[in-house]
Design a protein around this ligand. Structure first.
Ligand code: IPM
Ligand code: MG
Length: 343
């Protein structure tokens, strides 16, 4: 995050930055993963850049104060119902994927995940004793307005890309996603220029590794999107490269931007983490919350250039090899900023 903020300062020198603890850091300082003060600051900001929130230290904590609750609390409180997770295979890294280069080269997928509904938030939920045994319950619930607004967002994004949208559901088994399919189809009537198709989630999981290039934009429920976006991420070679945006619709202020990866506690504090996902999240922030499209492009181009020049943090270093240089977090950030200055 430090490297990402430094990149932002480079392209938007006049912006004001404020910091607040969230997740484990907030729990340590205040006994709660998300305080009213942090939430208030997030509400007032034009955009929020979020660092990963957890680690083994906080795993034994009660469910209600785990770092993840902060993430879910922010999403819910800020109404961030549309989660954009692009999976782009950088040309310099085609060989970093576990799939064959010809399968992944050129992939450019945008997963639009519903983020404030579905089984993550549905009630009833919890574990209780029924007839002498423990029973766990979660509820998959979607209203048509929840489906419609995220579908509109996905169609709008598809319209600005290659005009193809795949809606992913389990309509053959789950009624709530049968409704999902119906509502997405209804919304599609307003987007005759976008080719809409539907796919069951199991098939989509398979198609993503079989032939990922068939996908342009994918729109899906909260849980399916959680799973499929990790799968799409891995196609690109490293989850350390993937940014995300969580929005209360397109064109509004106040989005939240975070790398798709977690906190990687195994390498914390060693200066080895790949800052590129955070830096690319900053670029998305400029594009979607501040409408600073050319500044976003400068950051993205700078990232492509440092990768093209062979700079690698350990997660994307692979076997190393000719033309590549192993660098740490700070040097990677500095090199991106140097390229930004040249652009
Ligand atoms: C994600 C994460 C979160 C989620 C966890 C940490 C709560 O996996 O953003 O994809 O499941 O949404
Ligand atoms: Mg996830």
């Amino acid at each position: 995050i430090r490297e990402a903020v430094a990149c932002l300062r480079e392209v938007v020198p006049g912006a004001a930055y404020e910091e607040a603890p969230v997740g484990g850091a907030s729990y340590d300082a205040h006994g709660a993963p998300l305080t009213a003060a942090t939430l208030d600051l997030a509400r007032r900001a034009d955009a929020v850049l979020l660092g990963a929130v957890g680690g083994p230290k906080w795993e034994p904590l009660d469910f209600s104060v785990r770092p993840e609750r902060a993430l879910l609390g922010l999403r819910e409180a800020l109404g961030l119902y549309a989660n954009l997770r692009p999976a782009i295979c950088q040309p310099a890294l085609v060989s970093a994927s576990s799939l064959r280069p010809e399968v992944v080269s050129g992939i450019d997928i945008m997963v639009v995940r519903e983020l404030t509904g579905g089984i993550y938030f549905g009630k009833p939920r919890g574990v209780s004793k029924i007839d002498g045994e423990r029973v766990g319950v979660n509820t998959l619930r979607y209203s048509e307005s929840e489906i419609r607004r995220v579908a509109i967002c996905a169609f709008e994004i598809a319209r600005r890309r290659r005009k193809s949208l795949v809606s992913v559901d389990k309509a053959n088994v789950l009624e709530a996603t049968e409704l999902w399919r119906e509502v997405v189809t209804e919304v599609g009537r307003d987007y005759a220029d976008v080719a809409l198709s539907h796919m069951y989630v199991d098939n989509c999981a398979m198609q993503l590794v079989r032939n990922p290039k068939q996908f342009d934009v994918i729109v899906t429920t909260n849980l399916f999107g959680d799973i499929l976006s990790d799968e799409a991420a891995m196609l690109t070679g490293s989850i350390g490269l993937l940014p995300s945006a969580s929005l209360a619709g397109l064109g509004g202020r106040g989005g939240l931007y975070e790398p798709v990866h977690g906190s990687a506690p195994d390498i914390a504090g060693q200066g080895k983490a790949n800052p590129l996902a955070a830096i690319l999240s900053a670029a998305m922030l400029l594009r979607y919350s501040l409408n600073m499209v050319s500044e976003a492009g400068r950051i993205e181009e700078a990232v492509a250039r440092v990768l093209g020049a062979g700079l690698r943090t350990p997660d994307i270093a692979g076997e190393g090899g000719a033309g590549t240089t192993l660098v740490g977090t700070q040097e990677m950030g500095e090199r991106v900023r140097k390229e930004i200055k040249n652009l």
